[in-house]
Design a protein around this ligand. Structure first.
Ligand SMILES: [Zn+2]
Length: 240
């Protein structure tokens, strides 16, 4: 998906408006697979200069890191044990102590449970930051169509969707009329249904946690990415 290049003066203005709210934020972006979290995280990074801190990336970077914490995690993983909540929050703390996180950051992959969310609140108060959980809400049927309808051209990589962006000729690429579109195995109906069911089951307790804590904001994820972004930026800017 392509977006207009944002001028740097526009970025400066956006950042200035964001900082005017006075408190830097920890943004917990939530949403099902196919809800468009990745797109929104990228836009926030481009426009507000908020880094996306992904626990997956942290784990990958640990392979070569020489800190005592990295060594500890390597030993846990080598022993085939799960990384505890305590270790996970220490990793997040170490990474978000870096200068690029001073104005706030977006978390990806953490927290996953209410217990982890509680440890994140402690970290937020240590860092003088405010947590905002934002749910990009897309109804199940639409998510399922976005995923099961996806088709790819194996030559040019163009992505189609039989429901929302069908090719001109049934199952053939518009640019390569002799090439049949492909359908990834994990986009079939059963797999998609299973993935979504797992997501709902795992995420519900966390959603309830943030709802109860009055930290959850919901945006309508059925609209265009740019419109969703405007909502999200407004929420982040206006939360004092
Ligand atoms: Zn093609």
């Amino acid at each position: 998906m392509k977006f207009l290049t944002t001028a740097s003066s526009d970025q400066k203005l956006r950042i200035a408006n964001y900082l005017k709210s006075g408190m830097s934020k920890i943004i917990v972006l939530m949403g099902a697979p196919g809800a468009g979290k990745g797109t929104q995280a990228r836009l926030l990074q481009e426009r507000l200069n908020l880094p996306q801190i992904s626990t997956g990336d942290i784990f990958r970077s640990l392979k070569n890191a020489q800190t005592p914490l990295a060594q500890e995690v390597r030993e846990v993983m080598a022993a085939g044990q799960l990384v505890s909540d305590d270790l996970a929050i220490r990793l997040v703390r170490e990474r978000t102590a870096c200068n690029d996180c001073r104005n706030g950051y977006i978390l990806d992959g953490f927290p996953r449970t209410p217990a982890q969310a509680a440890t994140l609140e402690k970290l937020a108060s240590e860092q003088g930051k405010r947590i905002i959980a934002i749910l990009i809400d897309v109804p199940y049927e639409l998510l399922a169509k976005r995923m099961t309808g996806r088709r790819n051209c194996p030559i040019c990589g163009e992505i189609y969707n039989v429901y929302f962006k069908p090719p001109k000729n049934d199952n053939y690429c518009d640019l390569h009329p002799d090439t049949q579109l492909t359908h990834r195995a994990d986009d079939n109906a059963d797999t998609v249904q299973a993935r979504l069911a797992t997501y709902y089951e795992q995420t519900l307790p966390l959603l309830q946690y943030y709802r109860t804590a009055n930290l959850l904001r919901t945006v309508d994820g059925t609209r265009a990415p740019e419109v969703i972004y405007q909502d999200i930026e407004g929420i982040i800017r206006d939360q004092k």
